[in-house]
Design a protein around this ligand. Structure first.
Ligand code: KIV
Ligand code: ZN
Length: 519
């Protein structure tokens, strides 16, 4: 018997991006959408178009470019939201409008102050209004898992009658446990007369660490769409992790009997891209994509593994795209070889970006003995995701003293866009602090460093370090990045990157005015 197909709805760019500190610019979101499309995700939820002009534009760009996956835009059950989503999705090959409205008593009484009848009417009106623009409407009764089951069934029946082709059941606050959540799906299948006319979807949050387990239980009970994010990022403790769901279904097809269209070989690239662009690092022991997920440490395990790998390994690392990281290019490699490599890794670069990546590659090949795939990815990201034309400052030089027993000091030289060269010195608790103080003296801004992390991109003592900083200035928080073999210089670069973002980032209001609260 052919396994049934599960629709993978990715919400990394909406629910994932919505969590504090994960915001990305439109270029970065488009890059992730391209990777999601290579993964063969069925639906990409690109954003919440009414939330801000930036969100609107990002959904519009993704809708225009992405082929082969549906592109969804989120909307509250309000005409202005639905219109904004429809406009943003105008150019999509396969658009979907995702409408949500809270249904639980708690949300009805306290958030919306509306009775049950009003909620049903709003939901039905919204779905009918959405159908004027788009045939593919998804409806989510927010906080479904805490909604009275009879009322939930009423809402679901009404929205299907009104024209929703997908009904998504969110465990909005991650309150459910697997058996209970599975039962909820079963009860909807049993008690909603028109349920066969719609796909049941689930959207589980991870507050109690059960998002993936709840989603899998729902699949067993007949859910045929799962909403998830790469690396499980999302509001609070996050959403169900796509890679875990997909690999669980692939590895335990014998048990679930359900298949996805996902090309799992792109999982690791996608995971690393999302981690790098959001600054949300993946824990080492994270299932599927953690650094240790395929590492065997204990002697007994290693012995068994070497005799027969199935003794301790239930998945092939190659299936998620690992171990493709051979030594790729050397300092004599040409532009053509680099361009082919970039293409094979699923990245798209313009001619100008390729020129810059190539220049960076030549410098790196001189500094480093071996250049790996991850090095190339770091160069692409470095060159691609910094709007160099918008940079107010570029780093020219850093010098530092950090002798034991003395106060560390640093001298930093920055060049501003008008060509002027500025040099300042600073002191601090450590060399990085000293450098950042020197940069603050040049820019005249006093920034607060919220987070500072260095990660090695590849292997060996000469590996490139990727420095990520989170910087706060006048209530605005931005992420800055710097990469290089010289991690002290990369630290300065990361801070300058953050400062440049602070200098160009403008606050954008919602499309159509009014304060927009994320779901
Ligand atoms: O968690 C939630 O309920 C949501 C809905 C908008 C689906 O994100
Ligand atoms: Zn959510």
């Amino acid at each position: 018997m052919q396994p049934e197909r599960l629709i993978i709805f990715d919400t990394t760019l909406r629910d994932g991006e919505q969590c504090p500190g994960a915001s990305m610019n439109n270029k970065e979101k488009l890059e992730i959408a391209r990777q999601l499309s290579l993964l063969k995700v069925d639906v990409i939820e690109a954003g919440f178009p009414v939330a801000s002009p930036g969100d609107f534009e990002s959904v519009r760009q993704i809708a225009k470019e992405i082929k082969g996956s549906s592109v969804a835009g989120l909307a509250r059950a309000l005409e202005k939201d639905i219109e904004a989503a429809a406009r943003a999705l105008e150019k999509a090959e396969s658009p979907r409008i995702h409408i949500f409205l809270s249904t639980s008593k708690l949300h009805r009484d306290h958030k919306l102050q509306k009775g049950k009848d009003e909620i049903i009417q709003m939901a039905v009106d919204a779905v009918k209004f959405g159908r004027k623009f788009c045939d593919d409407i998804e409806f989510s009764p927010e906080d479904a898992s805490r909604t009275e089951p009879e009322f939930l069934a009423e809402v679901v029946e009404a929205v299907i009658d009104a024209g929703a082709g997908t009904v998504n059941i969110p465990d909005t606050v991650g309150y459910s446990v697997p058996t209970q959540f599975g039962q909820l799906i079963r009860s909807l299948k049993q008690n909603v007369p028109n349920i066969d006319q719609a796909i049941i979807s689930v959207h589980c949050h991870n507050d109690l660490g059960m998002a993936v387990a709840n989603s899998l239980e729902a699949i067993k009970e007949g859910a045929r769409q799962v909403e998830c994010t790469i690396n499980g990022i999302g509001e609070r403790a996050g959403n169900a992790a796509m890679e875990e769901i997909v690999m669980a279904l692939k590895t335990r097809k014998d048990f679930f009997g359900v298949d996805t269209k996902i090309d799992t070989r792109h999982i690791i690239t996608c995971s690393r891209l999302v981690s790098s662009l959001t600054g949300f690092f993946v824990q080492r022991n994270k299932a599927i994509v953690g650094k240790n997920a395929f590492a065997h440490e204990s002697g007994v395990h290693q012995d068994g593994f070497l005799k027969k790998k199935d003794t301790y390994e239930i998945m092939n690392p190659q299936d998620i795209g690992l171990e493709s990281s051979e030594l790729v290019l050397g300092k004599h490699s040409g532009r053509n070889a680099l361009s082919k490599k970039i293409e094979a890794m699923g990245y798209q670069v313009t001619q100008e970006e390729l020129d810059r990546v190539f220049a960076g590659f030549k410098l790196l090949a001189d500094q480093k003995k071996e250049v790996f795939d991850e090095d190339i990815v770091a160069l692409i990201q470095k060159r691609k995701f910094t709007d160099e034309e918008l940079n107010t400052y570029t780093l020219e030089k850093v010098q530092g003293t950090f002798e034991s027993g003395t106060t560390p000091g640093a001298t930093v030289t920055l060049k501003s866009r008008d060509g002027k060269v500025h040099t300042e010195t600073g002191q601090g608790d450590g060399p990085v602090d000293a450098m950042y103080n020197a940069i603050d003296h040049i820019t005249g801004m006093t920034c607060k460093l919220l987070d500072y992390q260095v990660m090695s991109k590849t292997r060996g003592k000469d590996a490139q370090g990727e420095v990520t900083v989170r910087v706060l200035h006048e209530n605005r928080e931005v992420l800055g990045k710097g990469t290089g073999v010289n991690t002290v210089e990369a630290s300065a670069e990361a801070y300058v990157n953050a400062v440049n973002k602070l200098l160009v980032k403008t606050k954008s209001g919602p499309v159509g005015g009014g304060e927009i609260q994320g779901p």
